[in-house]
Design a protein around this ligand. Structure first.
Ligand code: NDP
Ligand code: 8X3
Length: 259
C-alpha cells in the first residue's frame, strides 16, 4: 500500500497567508513540520503567525498582482525554501455583490487582477522548478461560485470558473509528469472574505454568516492538508465543499415587464 506523504518532507508556498484559509493552511502545515513560505501584502501579520516557528517559516511581503515582484520573490528564495513542493494559490478576493450594470469597474478589475492574473503569476513562477524536479502539487482556490451562479456573483464567479478550468488544463499539460493539480471549490466559509467583499462594512459581513454554521478557515485547511498528503499516485482533480447548511436554490422565475 502506498504511503501518505510526510509533511515534514514538504516545502509549501501559501499565498494569502495573512488571513482566513491561507493563515489556517500555513499553520496546519507548520504544526505538521513542513517548511512554509507565507506570502501576502500584510507582512506584519505573517511575521506574527510565523513567530513561533523559527527557521521553519519564511515570510514574504508580496502583492500577487505584481508579476515582477512574484518572479523576483520566487527567484531569490533562500536555498532551503527554493524547491517548492506545494503551491497553495489561495490569495484572492471578491469585491461587491451588485448586479453587473451597477458594479464599480474597479471592483471587477481588482478581482480579475488578483484571482486570475495573480494566480497565473505565482503558478508560472514555480512551474519551472517543479517540472525540472518532476515533483510538485498546485492547489488552486476556486469556489462553488465557479459552477453555480448567484445574483451579484458575476465577475467573481467568472474568475473562479477560470481557476477551475485552468486547473484542469494544467492537469492535461502535465500528463505523464509527477505534478499534481487540484481545484478546491469551497462554499460559504467565515473569514475576512465578506468584510473585503462589502468594503469593510462589518454589519453586512457578519450578516452573511448569521443563522447557520458556515465552514471555518480550518475546515478548508484540513481539506488542503488531506489532498496534499495523499499518496503521490492520487490526484484529486476538483473538490467541492459546502457547509451542511448550504444547498442549491431553484432557478429564478420572475416576470420581466417587456414594454
Ligand atoms: P480572506 O479575505 O480571509 O483572505 C484572503 C487572503 O488573500 C488574505 O491573506 C489577503 O492578504 C490575500 N490577498 C488578497 N489580495 C492579495 C494580493 N494582491 N496579493 C497577495 N495576497 C492577497 O479570505 P478567504 O481566506 O476566505 O479567501 C481565500 C481564497 O478562498 C480566496 O481566493 C477566495 O476567493 C476563496 N474562497 C473563499 C470562500 C469563502 O467563503 N470565504 C469560499 C470559496 C473560495 P493581504 O490582504 O494581506 O494581501
Ligand atoms: C465564496 C463562496 O458562496 O460567497 O467563493 O461565492 S460564495
Amino acid at each position: 500500500m502506498a504511503d501518505e506523504i510526510n509533511p515534514k518532507e514538504l516545502t509549501v508556498l501559501v499565498t494569502g497567508a495573512s488571513s482566513g484559509f491561507g493563515a489556517a493552511t500555513a499553520t496546519r502545515f507548520l504544526n505538521a513540520g513542513a517548511k512554509v513560505i507565507l506570502a501576502a501584502r500584510r507582512a506584519e501579520r505573517l511575521e506574527q503567525l510565523a513567530a513561533d516557528y523559527g527557521t521553519q517559516a519564511h515570510c514574504v511581503a508580496l502583492d500577487v498582482c505584481d508579476k515582477q515582484a512574484v518572479e523576483q520573490t520566487i527567484a531569490t528564495l533562500p536555498a532551503e525554501f527554493s524547491a517548492i513542493d506545494l503551491l497553495v494559490n489561495n490569495a484572492g478576493l471578491s469585491r461587491g455583490l451588485e448586479a453587473a450594470h451597477e458594479t464599480q469597474w474597479e471592483d471587477w478589475e481588482a478581482m480579475i487582477r488578483t484571482n486570475i492574473d495573480g494566480l497565473l503569476h505565482c503558478t508560472r513562477a514555480v512551474l519551472p522548478v517543479m517540472v525540472k524536479r518532476n515533483r510538485g502539487h498546485i492547489i488552486n482556490l476556486s469556489s462553488i461560485a465557479a459552477s453555480y451562479p448567484y445574483p451579484g456573483g458575476n465577475v467573481y464567479g467568472g474568475t473562479k470558473a477560470f481557476v477551475r478550468q485552468f486547473s484542469l488544463g494544467l492537469r492535461s499539460d502535465f500528463a505523464g509528469r509527477a505534478i499534481r493539480v487540484t481545484s478546491l471549490e469551497p462554499g460559504k466559509a467565515e473569514t475576512e472574505f465578506s468584510l473585503v467583499r462589502f468594503a469593510g462594512d462589518e454589519v453586512r459581513a457578519k450578516a452573511a454568516y448569521e443563522g447557520y454554521d458556515p465552514l471555518t478557515a480550518d475546515d478548508i485547511a484540513r481539506c488542503i492538508f488531506w489532498v496534499a498528503t495523499l499518496p503521490r499516485h492520487i490526484n484529486i482533480n476538483t473538490m467541492e465543499v459546502m457547509p451542511l447548511a448550504q444547498s442549491f436554490s431553484d432557478f429564478q422565475m420572475k416576470d420581466a415587464p417587456l414594454d
